[in-house]
Design a protein around this ligand. Structure first.
Ligand SMILES: [Zn+2]
Length: 210
């Protein structure tokens, strides 16, 4: 059995979405300073690093993250590796990409993952993402979970349409996975977002097992 950790390491060096809170990991008790234990305080946005979006992120009456179904967050998953020349995951790109029939969970590796492999710390506004018609292709093909390798499933400045198509169809969105070392093919996905009451998203530890 091989376990692939596709989770980004949360630290102040991780790029965050423009306007979202910066990551702070603050030591509030320190054995080096004479405390009996070390304790860290977290300060971060719900959409930090590797995370899931709940429907409530773009649908005000949509369900929140603690209610996402674990049956969707875990199970067989197909990883696609798109060529570096792909600038956007459109319906046209999906039509000519070999994707096995009946795939319910799919992760897209793109040139975005090169940045994670190189510990890129600047936000990259020209990241590869899924267009509205790409999202419609996915919902039309029965996909229940879709993952991308940058901080949003949708192109920068065009967030709403792609998110709404997916979330209205009940698709779980996983963002910010690092697929730099993951060959194309089938895996078992374990995606476990923090159980945050009433939140629009949550950081997740995500692994692929083969
Ligand atoms: Zn998000």
């Amino acid at each position: 059995m091989t376990i692939y950790d596709i989770t980004l390491t949360i630290s102040p060096a991780l790029p965050v979405w423009p306007g979202d809170p910066a990551v702070k990991l603050e030591q509030v008790a320190s054995m080096a300073r004479g405390d009996t234990a070390n304790v860290t305080r977290l300060e971060l946005g719900a959409h930090t690093g590797t995370h899931v979006d709940a429907p409530h992120h773009f649908l005000n009456d949509g369900r929140t993250v603690e209610a996402l179904p674990l049956e969707v967050l875990t199970g067989p998953c197909y990883v696609v590796q798109l060529p570096d020349a792909v600038e956007a995951i459109t319906a046209e790109v999906l039509v000519r990409t070999p994707i096995p029939n009946g795939v319910e969970r799919i992760l897209f590796g793109t040139r975005n993952s090169h940045g994670w492999a190189q510990n890129e710390q600047e936000f990259q506004p020209d990241f590869v993402a899924i267009t509205e018609d790409g999202a419609e292709w996915l919902t039309g093909h029965g996909v229940k979970l879709v993952g991308v390798d940058y901080l949003s499933v949708a192109p920068f400045h065009q967030s709403t349409a792609t998110h709404r198509v997916l979330l209205l169809a009940g698709v779980v969105i996983l963002e910010g996975v690092n697929l730099a070392q993951i060959p194309r093919g089938f895996y078992q996905l374990y995606c476990l977002p923090l159980k945050l009451l009433g939140s629009d998203g949550a950081p997740a530890r995500v692994i692929l097992v083969r």
